[in-house]
Write a protein that binds this ligand. Structure first.
Ligand SMILES: Nc1nc2c(c(=O)[nH]1)N=C([C@H](O)[C@@H](O)CO)CN2
Length: 116
């Protein structure tokens, strides 16, 4: 299966369940695997057939930062839903990491796979 990948997309936003977290910005790091047939873009060298990783990155940053969110699970689900609905992706793996959330862990996060 062909994919378009985004790695370590940093999104600074209001995220967390505790009151103190609702007053600050914290970084999330997103890894995205998106099923996409890359052959048409490669065969024509035409951008219109490509899933634009820049457009996706900008849209997801807007989506995640537009409202405060408590759980990283909610972030992952909203991101997956956006990719399936708005970008015509048929399968996606979304990893959302919240580095620094647990002082004794390098990072913590969630991973989901969704399809339509
Ligand atoms: N499974 C999850 N557990 C926790 C989350 C979360 O989003 N998903 N969030 C928190 C707090 O916001 C934490 O990150 C504060 O350091 C705790 N557990």
């Amino acid at each position: 299966m062909d994919k378009v990948l985004i790695r370590q997309l940093r999104i600074d936003t209001v995220i967390g369940v505790y009151e103190w977290e609702k007053k600050i910005h914290q970084s999330l790091l997103l890894d995205l695997d998106m099923a996409w047939d890359n052959k048409p873009a490669a065969a024509t060298d035409d951008y219109q057939y490509a899933l634009c990783y820049e457009t996706v990155s900008n849209r997801l940053t807007q989506l995640v930062t537009e409202h405060p969110i408590e759980l990283i699970e909610t972030v992952a689900e909203r991101v997956a839903d956006c990719l399936l609905q708005e970008f015509n992706v048929t399968w996606v793996k979304v990893v959302v990491m919240k580095p620094g959330a647990v002082a004794t862990a390098a990072s913590v996060g969630v991973e989901i796979e969704r399809s339509r």
